[in-house]
Design a protein around this ligand. Structure first.
Ligand SMILES: [Zn+2]
Length: 101
């Protein structure tokens, strides 16, 4: 249940910008974890280009956005992953729970 760039998230940050209520994939190398932490502490967005080509100021999504927002379809296409809801890592968590219960 994370928006951080881990393999389960296609090595991308899954972020939202102010206006578009979608989760977009920003490549891990766009900024460091330290930069992200500082941005969250200062409550300011980070400028980067997402996998779909949108250049915006991005925010770390809140918990409910990570769970429920729809992923940007062009971002998913660019990464070769299926479109869906929430971060890919979160979706994988849910699928694992489905299989064990
Ligand atoms: Zn996108």
């Amino acid at each position: 249940m994370t928006a951080h760039p881990i393999p389960e998230n296609a090595d991308c940050w899954w972020l939202v910008c102010g206006k578009w209520r979608r989760l977009h994939a920003v490549p891990a190398e766009a900024f460091t974890r330290g930069q992200m932490r500082a941005a969250i502490d200062d409550v300011r967005p980070l400028l980067a280009r997402a996998a779909c080509g949108m250049r915006r100021r991005w925010w770390m999504p809140g918990l409910f956005s990570r769970l429920g927002r729809r992923r940007c379809t062009p971002c998913c296409t660019a990464l070769g992953i299926p479109a869906g809801y929430g971060t890919p890592a979160n979706e994988a968590d849910l699928n694992q729970k489905d299989q064990t219960t």
